[in-house]
Design a protein around this ligand. Structure first.
Ligand code: ZN
Length: 177
């Protein structure tokens, strides 16, 4: 796996790790400097990669599993049970930061006028990430405060988490062929 930083990529900018609160071998969970809602975080690969399609099978599996454990930390921290989970891949789909990133956005009833309003807000949020080195939306103090809260939950969940086996065998679908 190549590990090179790309100039002008906000996610390759080393201080990005200062906003991190969880990591796996190849992925990092960071708090969004321009959150559209409380808890809005991102999962990014630790190396510059534009496309989800460029991940190997095992990297993709690692990303999904890590993102699931990250979203559990966020739901616990922010005391909610719903979330949006999205990847914008390619400019035509609204990707403005060309470093693969999965948005994780905890949700609750009434947080936005209409539940679907999170989507148009992402564009603005992404533009602010690009500009964030000169114009952060969260102050450093606000960022530290939210990170402290999430890291505490993450540390607690790490020590108490157990894997729960499925209650009964899962139904098996027939093959499509
Ligand atoms: Zn990058």
């Amino acid at each position: 796996m190549e590990n090179k930083r790309v100039e002008n990529c906000p996610f390759c900018y080393p201080p990005i790790t200062e906003t991190g609160f969880a990591e796996s071998e190849n992925f990092l969970a960071i708090y969004n400097v321009a959150p559209i809602l409380p808890g809005h975080s991102l999962v990014i690969p630790k190396w510059h990669l534009e496309s989800l399609l460029a991940l190997t099978d095992s990297e993709l599996a690692e990303m999904m599993l890590f993102s699931r454990s990250t979203v559990k930390i966020l739901l616990e921290t922010f005391g909610v049970g719903a979330f949006n989970w999205t990847i914008q891949e390619g400019e035509a789909a609204g990707q403005s930061v060309r470093h693969l990133h999965l948005h994780l956005i905890p949700r609750e009833f009434g947080d936005l006028p209409r539940p679907g309003d999170w989507y148009p807000r992402l564009r603005t949020s992404e533009e602010e990430i690009i500009d964030s080195q000169s114009r952060p939306r969260l102050t450093p103090a606000e960022m530290q405060s939210v990170l402290r809260k999430i890291r505490e939950t993450a540390a607690k969940m790490k020590t108490t988490s157990t894997s729960i086996p499925p209650k009964s065998p899962r139904p098996v679908l027939g093959s499509l062929e």
